[in-house]
Design a protein around this ligand. Structure first.
Ligand code: LLP
Length: 420
């Protein structure tokens, strides 16, 4: 579900014609819909057991305006760095709704999170437990902790976004879990409050979730039997979204919510969920202009002014994104293109052998479902400045991050003395 629709043959973001934004900000740019963000958040929250803390995984889309839009609806945040903590606090998420995940938290990040008074640390190793205990002790604080357990479950998603198999770096090995809890219980400045799991991203079947949630439920019962007070269960994120209309659709939030209820609903614990992609992906598009059409010996290429530095998902995860022409006309001829960017890498390819309405130089296209893991993963490769971000609400739009300039990029560098 999203709010990007054609009206009289022109793609609109809510009530704003996309070409109007292109004219104002140039291309490429990211464009997000407030209505879609709000809808996804509300649908997800409604599907979860009452009282669930929905901690939006801000890594999916870290735009301050997006964070604030969600914070206003009551969202919490799942963060993975001190940087993300600063951003979500700036975006209006109260510290009491922040959970801190990640395998490599540093002391200064822990200290800042303790100072801010976040809700919970999701700890991923025994070594991290010890360091957190030290940092908390040095402040006379007590850190609320859930241990992230690696349940050794195959999420059946792309290998690069699978996190719950024993060979992945994430979480505490299933076989070590009880010992890690016993160790944590002895640490004076750590208070163990929960169990956490996250098995991967863009998961399109319920099976892996059910398997992981059932393991968590068993562990919670075991830990309680051992005398640990487990009052919170964090089931992570990972629910996939439909990128390709023809592929099997991922479970709907309701179905997923029912699986959550079934697995842990009776355990009398505060539930935490960390959705990222589900909230943001379909709320964003990347708009780009066709620079050239080029006939190769075996292919026709549509060369865009957006590249893999703007949206790396196809190059990095073999991701399929729908691409549409911003203006359509009835009975327009269709052609097959490789849709590519200008970056000097053969991996700079958004779509291979894609049938699209015939494109011409200067046409606008939109790459859909780009609201999650799009702008946040952009880089300045090939000295290409970061694309701007625009948020739409009804008939209004605002540039929430202006286009970076090459001068901005140059200003970030310093001459060593010997080159002056
Ligand atoms: N919680 C934790 C601990 C995570 O590591 C992640 C995502 C999430 C929640 C949110 O997962 P989601 O609901 O968005 O699936 N860049 C990749 C995806 C990386 C996901 C990393 N972790 C991509 O573009 O597919």
């Amino acid at each position: 579900m999203n709010h990007f629709e054609y009206r009289d043959g022109v793609l609109h973001a809510e009530d704003v014609p996309v070409p109007e934004i292109a004219k104002a900000v140039g291309t490429p740019f990211y464009c997000y819909s407030t209505a879609t963000l709000e809808r996804h958040y509300r649908v997800f929250e409604a599907a979860m057991p009452k009282g669930t803390l929905v901690a939006y995984a801000v890594k999916a889309n870290g735009s301050l305006a997006v964070i604030k839009t969600l914070a206003k609806l009551g969202a919490g945040a799942d963060i993975v760095s001190g940087g993300e903590m600063k951003k979500v606090l700036a975006g209006g998420v109260p510290a009491s709704k922040i959970v801190f995940s990640g395998v490599g938290k540093k002391r200064d990040e822990m200290a800042a999170a303790l100072d801010a008074g976040i809700y919970q640390f999701n700890v991923e190793s025994e070594a991290e437990l010890d360091v957190l205990d030290e940092v908390a002790a040095s402040k006379g604080a007590k850190a609320a902790v859930a241990l992230r357990i690696n349940p050794d479950v195959d999420a059946r998603t792309h290998a690069k976004i699978s996190t719950g198999k024993a060979e992945n770096k994430f979480g505490i090995g299933w076989g070590r879990a009880k010992a890690a809890y016993a160790h944590a219980a002895k640490l004076p400045s750590v208070k163990v409050v929960g169990v956490d799991v996250h098995i991967g991203s863009q998961i399109t079947e319920l099976g892996p979730f059910r398997e992981a949630f059932a393991k968590v439920a068993d562990l919670v019962r075991d830990l309680r039997a051992d005398g640990h007070e487990i009052s919170r269960i964090d089931l992570g994120g990972g629910l996939g979204v439909p990128y390709d209309g023809s592929a099997a659709a991922p479970p709907l939030p309701d179905t997923y919510g029912a699986a959550v209820h079934e697995a842990v609903g009776k355990l009398d614990a505060q539930l935490i969920m960390e959705p990222g992609r589900l909230i943001a992906a379909n709320a964003g598009v990347l708009v780009s202009e066709v620079i050239y059409i080029k006939r190769g010996d075996t292919k026709e290429f549509a060369i865009l002014d957006a590249g893999m530095n703007d949206l790396i998902r196809p190059a990095m995860y073999d991701a399929w994104h729908e691409i549409v022409a911003v203006r359509t006309a009835p009975n327009v001829q269709r052609r097959v293109y490789d849709v590519v960017g200008p970056v000097c890498e053969s991996a700079d390819l958004f779509a291979r052998d894609r049938e699209l309405p015939q494109l011409s130089q200067g046409d606008l296209v939109a790459i859909l479902t780009a609201g999650a893991y799009g702008a946040v993963q952009a880089s300045g490769y090939n000295a290409r400045p970061l694309a701007p971000e625009v948020l739409v609400k009804g008939r209004q739009f605002a540039v929430t991050r202006p286009r970076q300039t090459v001068d901005d990029m140059i200003a970030q560098e310093r001459w060593p003395d010997w080159l002056l």
